[in-house]
Design a protein around this ligand. Structure first.
Ligand SMILES: [Zn+2]
Length: 102
């Protein structure tokens, strides 16, 4: 289950929130709430950026994922791109599922 463990990419604040009561965890599909704030616009259908409650910086919802590709993808450049993506998807399956849930 998602423990909402995450650090702010700007100030490194712990964004993990309060624990969710055991009997409600299955509805949230998580063990902890998150402290980050989902930002959206009227035009957008869904959350576009996250905002840190401590430093109030905003970041793109997919920033983490693109960073992973940049960082981990470089190590995989010898292999073809499909292999590299499959490796990253497997390794960060949890991260991707979390993104999909939002
Ligand atoms: Zn912050």
């Amino acid at each position: 289950m998602n423990d909402s463990k995450e650090l702010c990419p700007y100030c490194n604040a712990d964004l993990q929130g309060e624990p969710i009561p055991k009997d409600q965890q299955k509805y949230y599909k998580a063990t902890h709430f998150t402290r980050k704030i989902g930002m959206t616009t009227v035009e957008a259908d869904g959350i576009l950026t996250w905002k840190c409650p401590d430093c109030e910086e905003e970041w793109d919802k997919y920033k983490k994922f693109t960073e992973i590709i940049e960082k981990e993808g470089n190590e995989q450049l010898d292999r073809d791109m499909e292999d590299a993506l499959e490796y990253i998807f497997k390794k960060y399956d949890k991260t991707l599922k979390n993104l999909g849930d939002e």
